[in-house]
Structures are given as structure tokens and as C-alpha cells.
Design a protein around this ligand. Structure first.
Ligand code: C5P
Length: 228
């Protein structure tokens, strides 16, 4: 798979969203839509973005009883999502039902393991003997073995995941920056680094959203991805 770019469209409402989308129309892009926008603007918004020619990445991180997740995944397929995130901590049966629900569609399920906001305290909270890395790897391995198509991780974890997981999977990495910044991405990697480590989809938000010329920056990123 050639590396792809997903724009994290982390804005407040559809007006702000279309201000950005209109500037980048025609670019080959995946648009990542999270809670903030989806809860407010819903499936009608998703349809409009899809009709503009973008692929849709619904970042809803589903985690519930298997039957509820099954129905949620079915709805995501119906509204035209191309990618949907679920929590691998939701368990085997939940993931099996999610995989069953998207069967026959082209939608890809992406598994989230341990959120980067968690620290060792979270392990105590869970009462597990695993380290954060061990637990993330175990969850990712299990998810892929059950038919989850991809895993979301930091660029710094991709190589290990790709080495340790024998089945091919899509590696999705947020935490990308072009240079050292003072925002909240503490351990950011460059696009070149992420691709060299094996990332397939790079999620980039604020650097593109804040750029004066967004289209130009997207073209530059694609050049980097092609040459990495
Ligand atoms: O603006 P920025 O490039 O930091 O956006 C990154 C996107 O990826 C955000 O939507 C953020 O919620 C998401 N993300 C992240 N780190 C993770 C998982 C998801 O930054 N570990």
C-alpha cells in the first residue's frame, strides 16, 4: 500500500469544516472525522464530504457490548465510512462482531490499543502485569488475528508491530510534525520517519489546518511520502 494522508478535521462545526475542505477539494485525501464534528453534524455532513470526493475515516473508537458495536459498525458502513476505529480493549467477542458487521463492505476497521494519554498508572488501574508496550502489542496482535484491518499507533511503535505481527495490517499513525513544535504532541515524528518505519496512513491535523496554503502543503507531504 502506498502511504496515504488522513487529515484530522478537528474543528467545531460544518462551517469551519467546509472552509477547510473547499480549499483542498480535488486532493486525494482521507478525512478523519471525530466526535466533535460527528456528534454535531451527523451523517448528512459525512455524505457531503464523501460527495466532494474524499474518503471518510470515522474516528469514533467504538467500545461497548458486542451487539451494540455490531449495530454501530453496520451504521458506519451504511453512511459510507471507509475507515472506522474501535477499541481493542473492548474484547475478542466485540471485535469478532465488528468484523462480522462490516463483512461484504470495503470499510476497514482500525483498532486502537492503549491511548497515548495513559501512563503506568493505568496499568495499576487495570490490574495487569503487562507493561504498556506489552499490552499494546498483545491487543494489536489479537485484533489483527480476528480480522481487524489496521492498528492505530505512534510512529515509534510501528516497526515493532510490523515485525511481531505476522499478518499484514494497515498501520495508522498520528503524532506527525515537520519540525519541533511546542504543542501537545510530545513525541512527534516526521512524515519521512513514519513511512520508513512502515506507516501506511499518516494522520495529520493542526499543521495542515493552520497552514496558509493547505493545498500546497498537502502536495508537499505527498511528495515526501512518495520519496520516503
Ligand atoms: O492536530 P494533530 O496532527 O495533532 O492531530 C492528530 C489527530 O490524531 C487528532 O485527531 C488526535 O485526536 C489523534 N490522535 C493522536 N494521538 C493518538 C491517537 C489519536 O493525536 N495517540
Amino acid at each position: 500500500m502506498k502511504p496515504q494522508l488522513a487529515l484530522a478535521l478537528d474543528v467545531k462545526n460544518s462551517k469551519e469544516a467546509f472552509d477547510i475542505l473547499n480549499q483542498i477539494e480535488g486532493e486525494r485525501l482521507i478525512i478523519k472525522i471525530g466526535y466533535q464534528l460527528f456528534i454535531k453534524e451527523g451523517s448528512a455532513f459525512v455524505k457531503k464530504v464523501k460527495d466532494m470526493g474524499f474518503r471518510i475515516f470515522l474516528d469514533l473508537k467504538l467500545h461497548d457490548i458486542p451487539n451494540t458495536v455490531y449495530n454501530g459498525v453496520k451504521s458506519a458502513v451504511e453512511i459510507g465510512a471507509d475507515y472506522l476505529t474501535i477499541h481493542t480493549l473492548g474484547g475478542k467477542e466485540m471485535m469478532e462482531k465488528a468484523v462480522e458487521a462490516k463483512r461484504g463492505s470495503d470499510m476497514k476497521l482500525l483498532g486502537v490499543t492503549i491511548l497515548t494519554s495513559h501512563s503506568e498508572d493505568y496499568l495499576k488501574y487495570l490490574g495487569t502485569r503487562y507493561s504498556l508496550d506489552q499490552l499494546a502489542l498483545k491487543l494489536a496482535k489479537t485484533a489483527v488475528s480476528l480480522g481487524i484491518d489496521g492498528i492505530v499507533s505512534s510512529p515509534f511503535e510501528v516497526r515493532k508491530l510490523k515485525e511481531e505481527i505476522e499478518i499484514d495490517f494497515i498501520s495508522v499513525t498520528p503524532g506527525i510534525r515537520f519540525s519541533k513544535t511546542d504543542d501537545d504532541q510530545k513525541r512527534a515524528a516526521t512524515p519521512e520517519f513514519a513511512v520508513k518505519e512502515g506507516a501506511d496512513i499518516l494522520v495529520i491535523g493542526r499543521p495542515i489546518i493552520k497552514a496558509e496554503n493547505k493545498k500546497e502543503l498537502i502536495k508537499e507531504i505527498y511528495k515526501i511520502l512518495q520519496n520516503a
